[in-house]
Design a binder for this molecule. Structure first.
Ligand code: ACO
Length: 332
């Protein structure tokens, strides 16, 4: 096991005030129902942004909580990394807007695009900056406004995706013999199957145009069944690789916090890893799939429920569009 260079010093999360239930979506005229959504996904409700709630404002709220818990002042943050697929603006990064809201005047700030693996990729970048000596304290955020890129008439996607922000403060380990902190990490991508889950238009390759809007090419498109298969396979590889690299086994894991996409993918991942469901954190029922935000929201939820405490060993695993996937083991 490598000696930890960085540890997670504080967590926080913020979600929009508005709760949208499965019945609410059916009432909007979408051909779906509560029973189908619960059986196929495990989702019961999600938070959807409204009036003035932005990616930056939710991220700042989550970050203030994480910084307070870590005992870190705005001026101590060296770097802000935001994992997101739904920035407030295409230019500049939303991380710099968060920096301004938080008053982290001496930080460098940038976004990382890795879809649902966004927080995990950002956390690995943050740990690497600490390892290289470039930073001591890194604010790592995962946040999404997926409601803004979903076609609310497409039942394949609109029942799944939601909004929210989760934040974590990563700090340089003071006592490297303490075995507290990031024990291993793994990240991988495969761009060959991009079109199974993507937004065809709105970027430089196909800018917004009347034709784009007419064909709804600005929205997320997903081949659900195919994505499901790849998600199960990749999450299995991710858990194996992080455990191997940390030189621990599933028996050493106190809690698995997987990306919250679908409870069936989570169950398959836990089964493959040999981790019983009582050691798996699930909150997709309350938050839906918040993509890059899902792991840091789940982590903070687990901290608040007392399921992550001093000494808890957590295995994180994510999978997202790209495809991207990855994992990380951390001891608290
Ligand atoms: N409500 C009611 N019926 C529906 C709905 C809906 N919202 N959506 C599809 N159906 C119907 C289909 O039309 C189909 O009907 P048919 O049998 O008459 O053809 C039937 O339900 C079964 O459809 P499937 O697509 O086979 O359903 P499946 O069990 O695969 O569940 C789901 C669909 C939930 C999308 C699943 O494939 C899934 O979770 N895929 C992974 C999606 C995911 O996690 N994406 C994100 C991962 S990466 C990231 O987070 C960005």
């Amino acid at each position: 096991m490598k000696r930890p260079l960085a540890y997670i010093a504080g967590t926080g999360h913020a979600v929009p005030k508005q709760v949208v239930t499965n019945a609410d979506i059916a009432a909007m005229g979408v051909d779906t129902n509560d029973q189908w959504i619960i059986e196929r996904t495990g989702i019961r409700q999600r938070h959807i942004a409204k009036h003035g709630e932005t990616l930056a404002s939710l991220s700042a709220e989550a970050s203030r909580q994480a910084m307070a818990r870590a005992g870190v002042q705005a001026g101590e943050i060296d770097v802000i990394i935001l994992g997101t697929a739904t920035p407030d603006h295409l230019l500049p990064s939303t991380a710099v807007e968060i920096q301004t809201l938080l008053g982290c005047t001496r930080a460098a700030a940038f976004d990382v695009a890795a879809a649902c693996s966004g927080w995990l990729y950002a956390a690995i970048v943050g740990e690497s900056l600490i390892a290289s000596g470039s930073a001591d304290t890194v604010l790592v955020i995962g946040a999404e406004m997926l409601s803004t890129i979903v076609d609310w008439t497409d039942r394949n996607t609109c029942i799944l995706f939601a909004d929210g922000a989760g934040a974590t403060v990563l700090r340089r380990s003071r006592d490297r013999t303490a075995a507290k902190g990031v024990l291993s990490s793994f990240m991988r991508s495969d761009g060959a199957l991009t079109e199974l889950l993507w937004r065809p238009a709105g970027g430089a390759a196909e800018p917004f145009s009347p034709e784009v809007f007419e064909q709804k090419r600005q929205y997320v498109r997903m081949a659900g069944r195919e994505v499901f298969k790849h998600a199960v396979r990749s999450m299995a590889e991710a858990t194996d690789r992080a455990l191997d690299a940390a030189k621990i086994t599933a028996a050493d894991v106190d809690l698995l916090i997987p990306h919250q996409a679908n409870v069936r993918i989570i169950e398959a991942t836990a089964k493959h890893a040999g981790i019983s469901m009582d050691k798996v954190f699930v909150n997709v029922d309350r938050f839906g799939n918040t993509s890059a935000a899902s792991i840091p929201i789940a982590l903070n939820d687990a901290v608040e429920q007392g399921r992550v405490r001093e000494g808890t060993t957590v295995l994180f695993a994510a999978f997202g569009a790209g495809f991207t996937w990855g994992s990380l083991v951390a001891r608290f």
